[in-house]
Design a binder for this molecule. Structure first.
Ligand code: DQA
Length: 153
């Protein structure tokens, strides 16, 4: 855990989320990655928390970012995107750093193709939010603050 003055969350976005805003807007909406990160920052700032944001299209880079959260973050919000459905290694990295994790998907993965219904990350997440669009990131931040500061800090 970081100090009370520097509570911090790592916001991780996986492959293709750099294309948000132009990528299949009927499914993912018109908000950009910048909008997503700004929403997470605004939600965290309201509680005096900070965020570090990372997006990568590369599994190993995502794993390195997750490892770097140990000792620098109090929790992780992650949209593993396509890697949700394939990556044991990302799920292992998340368990390995022993931080609370909230998994977010912009779309409702359970209403979509069957191969999207299973996420390896869900088994290591405290909570999973899907189908709420960009609001899911705000909810994830709120939840991580709430479980770290149950009295509402
Ligand atoms: C996604 C859902 C995934 O199935 C997909 O591969 C993505 C985005 C979402 O945010 O809805 O890239 O994680």
């Amino acid at each position: 855990m970081t100090t009370a003055q520097t509570r911090n969350l790592l916001i991780v976005n996986g492959p293709n989320l750099n294309l948000l805003g132009t990528r299949e807007p009927a499914i993912y909406g018109s908000d950009t990655l910048e909008d997503v990160e700004a929403a997470a920052l605004a939600a965290a700032s309201a509680h005096g928390w900070t965020v570090d944001c990372v997006q990568s299209n590369h599994e190993g880079d995502l794993i390195d970012a997750i490892h770097s959260a140990r000792g620098t973050a109090d929790g992780i919000v992650i949209n593993p995107a396509g890697y949700s459905h394939t990556s044991v290694a990302i799920a292992d990295a998340l368990s390995g750093v022993e931080l609370p994790v909230v998994e977010v998907h912009l779309s409702n993965i359970h209403r979509r193709e069957e191969f999207r219904h299973h996420s390896f990350v869900s088994a290591v997440a405290e909570a999973v939010i899907c189908g709420a669009g960009i609001s899911g990131y705000r909810m994830a931040v709120e939840y991580l603050v709430q479980i770290s500061e149950p009295s509402g800090g």
